[in-house]
Ligand binder design. Structure first.
Ligand code: IPD
Ligand code: CA
Ligand code: CA
Length: 275
């Protein structure tokens, strides 16, 4: 049976991708909306196109979208969570890792998740309880069992540098233990790469719900684990996330618990908390 929510999410994300691509040949207007936090004309135009596509079918649903963020709109009702370009800094530098992310959220959890990596034209999708797919083919997290085989992604926050000292300590340990670490620059893509087994794990802080909502469902439906930095369920709004297959998730959680002080591991319930 056709899932209309998934169909709309895919259609909206594809529309966003088209708009982003149409900006590639144009001179970009790039501004800083916060310290090191960029926004371009393409972010605004893609978001407008994605939202109007969703509203064509679901005019009464709520929407929480990064560039027009209205936190009052987050409730238990059906809410579309949109990041029009995840990886704007990459996009602004013509570095080819950036995505459109669209999730349908209801009763405190993601029901549908769609992430498109624009350059590779990779479509990651998931429906709660039904599985996860890459370009229509089912995906699973990697079965990596040895830490020394682990290939892990992370991200560096733009403006919250409060954890840099323990982060550097953590990096030193992980660099010694793991096969490799990467920072591709689009959290939704990092998470989707965990879902399809390219990466074994991922961790980051200072992320918002639009960065993670769709891709976290995609990982879970691909058999992976997603938690906050204390192993709990605060990742959507808590700005701290660990994801991975079970071995690498446990390893990352243990290292983070060892190195990051208790207070700094706590979820930050900030501006994008549920109302
Ligand atoms: C950013 C990307 C990046 C992460 C940042 C996010 P944006 O999203 O996901 O990988 O490190 O924290 O804000 O701003 O490009 O949508
Ligand atoms: Ca983002
Ligand atoms: Ca964005």
């Amino acid at each position: 049976m056709e899932n209309i929510d998934l169909k709309v999410a895919i259609g909206a994300a594809q529309k966003g991708k088209e708009v982003i691509e149409s900006f590639r040949k144009k001179r970009l207007n790039i501004r800083e909306k916060g310290h090191h936090d960029l926004v371009t004309d393409a972010d605004i135009a893609a978001e407008k196109a994605i939202l109007s596509k969703i509203r064509e079918t679901f005019p009464d649903d709520q929407i929480l979208a990064e560039e027009s963020a209205n936190y009052d709109r987050m409730s238990d009702e059906r809410t579309w969570i949109v990041d029009p370009i995840d990886g704007t800094t990459n996009f602004a530098h013509d570095f080819p890792v950036y995505c459109v992310s669209v999730a349908l959220w209801e009763n405190k959890r993601p029901r549908v998740g769609v992430v498109i990596e624009v350059n590779r034209n990779e479509l990651f999708t998931a429906v709660q309880g039904e599985g996860a797919w890459l370009n229509g083919v089912p995906i699973r997290v990697a079965d990596t069992e040895k830490i020394r085989d682990g290939f892990v992604a992370t991200g560096f926050p733009y403006n919250d540098l409060s954890l840099v000292d323990p982060y550097l300590k953590l990096f030193k340990i992980l660099m010694g233990d793991l096969q490799g670490m990467r920072r591709p620059g689009a959290a939704s893509f990092d998470l989707c790469c965990v879902a399809c087994g390219r990466f074994d794990g991922f961790f980051e802080y200072a992320l918002h719900i639009w960065d993670v909502a769709a891709a976290a469902l995609i990982i879970r439906e691909a058999g992976g684990i997603v938690t906050d930095w204390n192993g709990g369920d605060g990742w959507p709004f808590g700005q701290r996330i660990i994801a991975g297959n079970s071995t690498i998730h446990s390893y990352l959680l243990e290292q983070i618990r060892d190195v990051i002080p208790d207070k700094q591991r706590e979820n930050v319930i900030g501006e994008d908390a549920e109302s």
